[in-house]
Design a protein. Structure first.
Length: 152
């Protein structure tokens, strides 16, 4: 399971160190990197990427404008990247630009994939969405019953 929040810096060649705790959960050294939502990048183990991309292709007809947009934004920019011996991935410049990555990055483990953010953009996102987060937590109040059941 890919979880955790980490901060690392891009080196001068556009490589980002993936924390060892995350690397230990990844089988092999190939990953798939693509644009994500909210101006971040998504990094998938190959099996997870295949499941997502096939699901998106099945659910979306190329004859609809919204489907083409999703395919162009998520599937088309996807690139295989390799973890080097030092545990780094090279971020292609086109993806680096689309996510606004400068130097300092936040790496977020979202269970089955990773998000890569520019640290400043991620911190701004957290601040901007705090009221929505609080409201969503309130609306998901039934989820609290999960915790109540666990404590019994």
């Amino acid at each position: 399971m890919l979880t955790g929040e980490f901060r690392n810096s891009l080196d001068e060649k556009g490589r980002l160190l993936i924390p060892s705790r995350i690397r230990n959960e990844i089988a092999g050294n190939l990953l798939v990197l693509t644009r994500g939502m909210d101006h971040c990048l998504w990094l998938f183990p190959p099996a997870e990427w295949t499941a997502l991309s096939e699901s998106l292709m099945r659910a979306a007809s190329p004859f609809t404008k919204k489907a083409r947009m999703m395919q162009r934004r998520i599937i088309a920019p996807a690139q295989e990247v390799e973890l080097d011996k030092a545990g780094r991935v090279n971020i292609p410049s086109s993806l680096m630009q689309s996510a606004g990555l400068k130097r300092d990055c936040a790496i977020l483990g979202i269970n089955r994939y990773l998000e890569i953010w520019d640290v400043e953009a991620y911190d701004a996102y957290l601040e901007e969405t705090e009221p929505e987060f609080q409201q969503a937590a309130e609306e998901l109040g039934g989820f609290v019953s999960f915790f109540d059941a666990e404590s019994q």
